[in-house]
Design a protein around this ligand. Structure first.
Ligand SMILES: [Fe+2]
Length: 156
């Protein structure tokens, strides 16, 4: 087996890097969605959601950096242009959303899509014995599942 300096299968690592770049692209679109929601939200939930969306985009920004640095750790190159992000991302894009329920639904649907991408990576990283990526995906998945629960409780 051809291995990397980390002792991981080279071919599997290359595939993982591609998948992680897909996740990175999705997170960048999700991040930008959250900025838009933070700016444009209107109505009686303004103060609550304006702050909540800021909390979420700050968290996403940290995850974006973790994903990019995991790609580098695995020997890959993290994508960094908007054109790459928009061509690879599969999360929904929200534009001019100011109504609270629509805003929260966009976050729930984005998280649901991120979970799909992360579970795919988790399968691949498990197969590659890549514990570093495994644990990162497990943490992201558990956190996002909890966030979906809370947002769905908010939706009632
Ligand atoms: Fe702000």
């Amino acid at each position: 087996m051809n291995t990397t300096i980390l002792g991981l299968d080279k071919e599997k690592t290359e595939k993982l890097v591609n998948n992680l770049n897909g996740l990175l692209s999705n997170f960048q679109i999700y991040y930008q969605n959250l900025r838009g929601l933070h700016w444009n939200i209107k109505g009686k939930s303004f103060f609550e959601l304006h702050v909540k969306f800021e909390e979420y985009y700050t968290d996403s920004q940290e995850k974006i950096d973790l994903i990019a640095e995991r790609i580098l750790t695995l020997g890959g190159n993290p994508l960094h242009t908007f054109s790459d992000y928009t061509s690879l991302a599969t999360v929904p894009v929200g534009k001019d959303i100011s109504q609270d329920v629509e805003a929260v639904n966009l976050v729930v649907n984005s998280l649901s899509e991120l979970l799909k991408v992360e579970r795919k990576i988790l399968n691949a990283s498990g197969d590659a014995n890549d514990e570093g990526t495994n644990s990162m995906m497990s943490d992201f998945i558990a956190e996002q599942e909890k966030t979906i629960w809370m947002l769905q409780s908010w939706l009632g």
